[in-house]
Design a protein around this ligand. Structure first.
Ligand code: NAD
Length: 491
């Protein structure tokens, strides 16, 4: 799939104590653009030696950074936000090249980074503690105190946004961060580090260590790391959650998803079809919030026809990006083939998609599969491609039973014009994020993001107000202002 042997960008390096760390002795992986197979760069597979250096740098920076008043700390993020705006096109191009998403999707991703950073600048307004005179001249007060050195491990599907779910909040709240990007998309994170340095972030407060499972395991085991956040597949989320908590670390691990859209016959047809298709095909279906299964209640044939019409307007290489690599393309196509073999009907078939002049790219066209039954793999498993599997039920309760049976629980949406039905489905869906007449029900700041069941392990959510609890600990102070002692406090 590789197109040229010359790398477009220089080799990726770890970022330790404010410097890119040239490490020629480490083995590397190639970074190849899913758009057309261009060799972009290579990424080092770090070992615990590099992690130790990063943790030492973060520890050294922690005292001064954590004692810097939060109103001063967030000034870095006001400047970072301006830099994200200034470099939006350049960052979006990098994001699109390494991940394979369209330029429009990449621009939206960087815009989301800006929104996440705006939230971090509002943290001084949200982290105020409490104070009460609990008895005469005795006060109790609470304050949110940073944890120390913390880590954030991120997946490939949002090379800039998911790092910005954790980075601004964890750092603005006074922690020093070790970021572990996905080895498949390591380029954006390095550029974000440069921008943060330009914004005035002191050396050692952010450190980036590249690598694979070896470095993730080393993070979970490192005694100098207080907390670990993880975003990725459920299989790895379970490994990380168990390993980090076994080492007595605080851990929040977000996993994979199988999101259901329940469509009732009274749904507005054009709007529903447009939403279903945008949700299943946006970012080539590689979103943990993507619609992957649709349950049509009673007769929704007229809506399914429109869904097929809409899907046919989604063209690989034009308004549909690539999937991350050949392995992923093959896996998605195998799912479609297995559904067909099990008796489902492929209404729109995305197998074998190619794009002229981008033959080295890894594309799967939009795929609509009808008459799927709940026992089929495409109904149960996360496909992570632009594929929607349609099941049919007679009643809303049968549709809910299918949704409830999924081990995941990231998102669920209902399409209807009946308020009572919408309310009923919102209440009974077993998902952390529910939507009404919206295909991708992502809560926007200051609301927090996080699923249920096997889509998330740990307490709280990863963004928004909920992140404050994860990235800080509470200090409770009791103060006796003993007036009778006659101490002159002013002396
Ligand atoms: P992944 O689990 O393969 O990788 C995530 C991170 O874990 C990467 O940094 C990777 O280097 C590391 N890793 C991979 N295998 C490992 C192992 N065996 N041991 C330790 N570490 C390992 O996920 P991915 O393929 O990069 O991303 C796609 C997945 O992420 C999908 O399942 C998607 O649903 C999920 N995701 C979830 C959310 C959410 O909010 N719940 C958001 C984005 C993506």
């Amino acid at each position: 799939m590789q197109k040229t042997t010359t790398m477009k960008y220089k080799p990726v390096q770890n970022f330790i104590n404010g410097q890119f760390d040239e490490q020629t002795s480490l083995s590397t992986l190639k970074v190849i653009s899913p758009l057309d197979g261009t060799l972009l760069s290579e990424v080092p597979l770090s070992t615990s030696n590099e992690l130790n250096k990063a943790v030492d740098a973060a520890r050294a920076a922690f005292h001064k950074w954590s004692k810097t008043p939060i109103k001063e700390r967030v000034q870095v993020f006001f400047r970072y936000k301006n830099l994200l705006e200034k470099h939006l096109q350049e960052l979006a191009l990098l994001c699109s090249e390494e991940n394979g998403k369209t330029m429009g999707e990449a621009i939206a991703e960087i815009e989301k980074c800006i929104e996440l950073t705006e939230f971090a600048t509002s943290l001084p307004q949200l982290v105020t503690g409490e104070l009460l005179e609990v008895s005469k001249c005795v006060e109790c007060r609470t304050e949110h105190v940073p944890l120390g050195v913390v880590a954030s491990i991120v997946p490939f599907n949002f090379p800039a946004m998911v790092p910005n779910w954790t980075l601004p909040n964890a750092i603005a709240l006074g922690n020093c961060l070790i970021l572990k990007p996905s080895e498949k998309v390591p380029l954006c994170c390095g550029r974000l580090a440069e921008l943060l340095k330009e914004a005035g972030l002191p050396d050692g407060v952010l450190n980036i260590i590249h690598g694979d499972s070896v470095i993730v395991e080393a993070i979970c085991d490192h005694p100098g790391i207080e907390a670990v956040s993880f975003v990725g597949s459920t299989k790895v989320a379970k490994i990380v959650y168990q390993r980090a908590t076994n080492n007595y670390k605080r851990c929040l691990a977000l996993g994979g998803a199988k999101n259901h859209l329940i469509v009732l016959p009274d749904a507005i047809p054009a709007m529903t079809a447009a939403n279903v298709v945008a949700s299943m095909s946006g970012c080539a279906g590689q979103r943990c919030m993507a619609a992957s299964a649709m349950v049509g209640v009673d007769n929704v044939d007229h809506i399914i026809e429109l869904i097929c019409e809409e899907a046919r307007k989604v063209i690989p290489g034009e308004n549909l990006g690539a999937v991350i690599n050949k392995e992923s393309k093959d896996r998605i196509e195998r799912y479609i083939t297995s559904a067909e073999a099990q008796g489902a009907k492929i209404l729109v078939d995305g197998r074998g998609a190619t794009v002229t002049n981008k033959e080295g790219g890894t594309y799967v066209g939009p795929t609509v599969i009808d008459h799927v039954t709940p026992d089929m793999d495409v109904a149960k498993e996360e496909i992570f491609g632009p594929v929607i599997s349609i099941m049919r039920t007679k009643t809303v309760d049968e549709a809910l039973a299918i949704e409830n049976a999924s081990p995941y629980g990231n998102a669920a949406s209902v399409f209807t014009q009946n308020g009572g039905m919408a309310r009923y489905i919102m209440e009974h869906a077993s998902a952390g994020m529910v939507g009404v007449n919206i295909g991708v029900p992502v809560p926007r700041e200051p609301f927090s993001f996080g699923g249920w069941n096997e889509s998330k392990f740990g307490v709280g959510d990863i963004t928004g107000k909920s992140s404050i609890e994860f990235w800080t600990k509470l200090k409770k102070s009791t103060i006796k202002w003993n007036a009778e002692a006659g101490v002159n406090w002013m002396s």
